[in-house]
Design a protein around this ligand. Sequence first.
Ligand code: ATP
Ligand code: MG
Length: 366
Amino acid sequence: MTDSTYPHHTLSAQDAALIEELRHATRELAAENISLRRELAGTYRLENVIGVSPAMKETLRFVERAIDSDATVLINGEPGTGKELIARAIHYNGPRRDHRFIAQSCASAPEGLLESELFGHTRRAFTGALEDHRGLIEQADGGTLFLDQIGEMPMSMQVKLLHVLEEGAVRPSGGSEPRRVDVRIVTATVKDLREEVEIGRFRPDLYYRLDVLRIHLPPLRERHDDIVLLTRHFLEKYESRAGKKLGGIAPRALQALRDHTFPGNVRELESEIERAVAFANPGQMLDIDLLSNEVVGEPDLLRITGADSEASALPSSLRGRMREIERRMITHELLRNNGNRTRSAAKLGISVRALQKKIHLLGIKA
Ligand SMILES: Nc1ncnc2c1ncn2[C@@H]1O[C@H](COP(=O)(O)OP(=O)(O)OP(=O)(O)O)[C@@H](O)[C@H]1O
Ligand SMILES: [Mg+2]
């Protein structure tokens, strides 16, 4: 078949129709993209950030402020306290939500790789660079770049990041022309960045640029009031993921969770519930037998001695406090052993008679 089979005017009419179709499809895609992003935003609405404890409410006030502003944010908190969740919430609730949120850890990649990941490089940058590579900073243009573990960022890169913040432009390695970018930087660290500055591991000028709005995420052990809600939240999440419904949560399981100090913070609680759901039979109640030894195991010394933030809940006199500690340890052991006094006494290293006497004296309902 030759071209002459198709008269010229038909071809261009077809072309025009195709182009119109393409335009239409592009518009639809763009619209779909926005709605997809909105949908994604739904999963990061602040309502999904659980926090009713005084410590967390205070934090969430700062988060709201960060949403209303466009300044850089520095999020600080122990591992598993929800730093990335908050970074996403700030992005997906703010005016940049229709653009990208890009997360990059500064700890994982080797130095050179991280640098070209972030800042990009041109074909000429180094041997082996076959084509231009747009860095994450450019890819996040209009949106938010979340730099996790910022305390691990090598000094050489700290200078480059400072330039981006000061000039609103990025210069890829091997490239001559800086390219304008409009990106909001949100960073997170488990470290005390000020301390890193003092010992000379972090540039003070960059630190001041990053630490405009600071959000501190309290450890879970300082927000006991959130544990019940978080537990319910994760239970629902993993029930629906597993397509399996449990028969609720036993009060003593909740108590054990409330009594645990959670060194791994919210992530540890989440894993605990995920594991419980995985092991449970449909309809089975989430009880202490589904919880790990870390949670149900030894009573937490911190809480028992009142050495943590809830110390005020304990009597201040030595005698009063000792009684309370005895009461907690005995209650705990009885719960673990389903009320079996022989086993509880053995665990506590006292005789059954002594245990019975204490149960009576301390008014423990067993
Ligand atoms: N307040 C909260 N409400 C609901 N879920 C939470 C909350 N805080 C944390 N989570 C959940 O706990 C898990 C850990 O949170 P995230 O990954 O944000 O912690 P992180 O501080 O970034 O941890 P790391 O320092 O280890 O990187 C996530 O699945 C997150 O969704
Ligand atoms: Mg994280």
